[in-house]
Every structure is written in structure tokens, then in C-alpha cells.
Design a protein around this ligand. Sequence first.
Ligand SMILES: [Zn+2]
Length: 382
Amino acid sequence: MPDTPLNNAPAMDPEEILAGIKRWVHVESPSEDAAAVNRMMDQAEADFRTTTPHVERVPGSEGWGDHLIARSPWGEGPGILVLSHLDTVHPMGVLADDNPYRIEDGKVYGPGIYDMKAGAFIAQYAFQNLIRRGVETPLPITFLLVSEEEVGSPTSRALIEKLGSENKYVLVTEPAREGGKIVTARKGVARFEMRAEGRPSHAGAWHQEGRSAIHELARQIVDIEAMTDYDRGVTFNVGRITGGTGVNVVPQHAWAEIDMRVPDAEIADEMEAKILALNAHDPDVTLTVTGGMNRPPYEMTEGVTALFQHARKCAAELGFELEHCPPTGGGSDGNFTAALGIPTLDGMGCDGHGAHTLEEFIYYDSMVERARLMERMFETLT
Ligand SMILES: [Zn+2]
């Protein structure tokens, strides 16, 4: 289908967008490799500099990569914050071996393409298109591209919250869901560590003297997993365990790492209190639980609903229907801004499938559609 220009706007060129996404995918950027992520930031910075002189690099800290801020040359005061991350979950080298950049049956593959190099790129492209057309939007636009979202944004969270608070709206370029659905709510994410300390002893000669930390932990794991309640949207996953020193020793130590997802702040408080208050079944074993919320729940408030309705209208003008998906279990940096009450719309990136896998792809056809939606949001938000 030809890309019909709206308001005499020049048509967007899918091949030009594809070339840019390809360029970004070819700079591999695993979160843990700060030098690699910084090479990706160099690429993004160079692209933004072709459109605006207001580009700022925030040096990385704690061993993570840099963050990048780019601002429209026009406008003052609260505007639109576009939130992206340029790190991926894929280790260096998968581009050459397991997941080369390729196009098959209208799907474009490559590490990090869906989550979220394509989304981050099309936002930049939409902005570039405005500049080409000589259009100044009613609100100023700020882009924040962070380096460590996939590990929970340890060093960018404060910056995300600061820039979020300075703006009226937040658009997050995480991938759209199957069928191009947008994200208007995300569960909150918590992480906990549980340590059990028992009493070591010889598993043969002095078995009765021992108090097994692994036995205690095993009972706790059954209790924790039983707290999962799909009807209330609460899940617990004990994702890692370790313990013991040898098969003939009653184990003194055992440890588990727990992931919790909750739909709203009230349930978050309730469940957090519950897990932190767990006691050992065996009075001779010491149980310690630490941790808490990493990303607060992102709830579909009135502000989010209004922003979604606006996006729907823009999509309708562009000739497609925009839907939103049920609250997703995956957290994003949008959780931080939504929890502060700033209307946040997520899933503004390209449609595709397979995030965090070697099969991830975007649909070729979704590139122009999503870039135009982004551009239209920039043009019409007031
Ligand atoms: Zn992502």
C-alpha cells in the first residue's frame, strides 16, 4: 500500500528507515559491556546531531554505559519525553553467529531489533522528518536514551524520574505487542533474596545434630510459589537457588532469588510485606529476606487513558486502529514515570515478536506506520 502523506507531509521512506535500523542493530550493545553500549550511543548521538545541536552525553557510572539526552531546538517548559534504551540482552557476537541481520517474509531479524533498536530509531526518524518539513511542534521534545534498562536501570532511574517530572507526557519506545498493540499498564516488578542458615553436621555420623538450610529453603519455595494468584495478577518465581557444600554434609547455607510481579501499588505493598515477614519453619534455622520493588506498577490512570485516546485518534487519522493490550508482566522504564503520575504511553515501538530471544524480529510494514504515529503524536500533543 502506498504511504499516503497526511497534510501534504512528505512520505516516509521505509528503505531509509530500514537502513537506519540496520545501522543501529549492527552496533551490538549488551548492557554489561559499557564500551559496546557507548559505541551505540556514539551512533545515536551522531544521528541526533544531524537534527539538533542540543545533544548531551551523561557519562556512565558504576561500570555501566553513558546515557544520551537530545532536545528539540524549539520550545520551553514541560513537553514530551521520549524514553528509549539502547542496551540489549544479547551477548557480543550473536550478530555474526546465531542471529545475523536478515529479512525473511516481511520480517526483519537481528539482535535487539524488536527490543528496542527499531523503536528508538523510528522516534529519532520521526523527529528528523519534522525538521525536514520545517515543522515546529507545540511542545518541546526531549529524548532520553539509557544504557542499562535491561538490568533494571540502576544508574538511569534518577535521570528518568527527573526528566519525566519536567515533562507533560512520556512516550516509551518499547516494542508494540502482537498486532501493534500499545501498552497502557505494566505490572510492578520486585526482587527478593532469601537466605537460610542452619547447622552443619556430618550427614552420616551426626545427622540428627544438623539443621538443613536446604530443607528449610525448599519448604519456603513451595510456600512462595503458592502465593502466585493469577486472578489477582500476582506471580512469584523462584528463579535461582544455591546451597550446600557437599552431599555428605547437612547444609548450613542455602539461598534463593525471587521475582514478584504485581498489578497495583496496594497489592505491591501487601505482597511485599508478606514475603518480608516469612519465618523459618524450623526454629533452629535463621531465615533472612531482603529486597523490594524494583519497578513500581504502571497503572492505567485517567491521564494514561486520555493519552491513549489521543493516540487512537492519531492512528485513526493515519488509517489504522490502535488497540492496547492487557497489563503486561514485563516492566520498563515507563513504570518509573507512570508511578510519578506522568501520563505515560508505552509500546510505541515497532510491532514484531520474540523479545529477548534469538528469533526476535520486527514487521517491515510496521516501521512507517509507527514512525508516522510517533510524528503525529509530536505534532498534536499540546
Ligand atoms: Zn526493552
